[in-house]
Design a protein around this ligand. Structure first.
Ligand code: PNS
Length: 159
């Protein structure tokens, strides 16, 4: 069975991320959504919260596991015995960074492939940073994040 990992910061998970998770779940039996714990970054949400948001947004899907990792992605792939990295592509602007990352991961681990899934066009403008920006100014994030977590995301910024 092919084991896949969809890695990311997911700070917080957006409707665009969920779209990629749904597409991956339809294609592969074993998909792990892996939240990066990066000590050099200061995320809005803790790794535990980010994982919880993803879990609550994916209860309708089968074969999805949610985990966190730190360090190199290729080392985490090895630990999970996974072969495929899944990444979403929203726009041409994503390509350069994604291309570089895929090439580097391929160099670091010869047996690991990166598969890109196109985000639905309706999410092509969407990012976690944009969600945080909008909600912090009191804007409406309906449809931008999964409905199950929307109120918690709003609550965080209205403390
Ligand atoms: O959601 P993001 O922030 O675009 O995800 C980026 C992520 C987590 C996939 C990437 O930063 C990553 O894999 N980091 C782990 C460290 C690593 O392996 N770096 C080398 C890849 S070139």
């Amino acid at each position: 069975m092919i084991k896949c990992v969809y890695p990311g910061s997911f700070d917080p998970v957006t409707s665009g991320h969920l779209d990629i998770i749904e597409r991956a779940a339809a294609m592969f039996d074993d998909v792990t959504v892996a939240v990066l714990v990066n000590k050099n970054k200061k995320p809005a949400f803790s790794a535990q919260q980010r994982m919880d948001f993803i879990k609550r947004s994916t209860t309708h899907l089968k074969g999805i596991q949610v985990d966190s990792f730190h360090g190199l992605l290729v080392d985490y792939m090895k630990k999970r015995d996974a072969q495929l990295i899944i990444r979403g592509l929203r726009a041409i602007s994503d390509f350069e960074y994604e291309f570089q990352m895929a090439a580097m991961n391929a160099k670091l681990a010869k047996d690991v492939e990166t598969v890109f899934l196109m985000t639905d066009i309706s999410h092509s403008f969407l990012s976690s940073s944009m969600v945080k920006e909008i909600v912090s100014h009191g804007g409406d994030i309906t449809g931008l994040v999964p409905e199950d977590i929307k109120n918690d995301v709003i609550k965080y910024f209205c403390r």
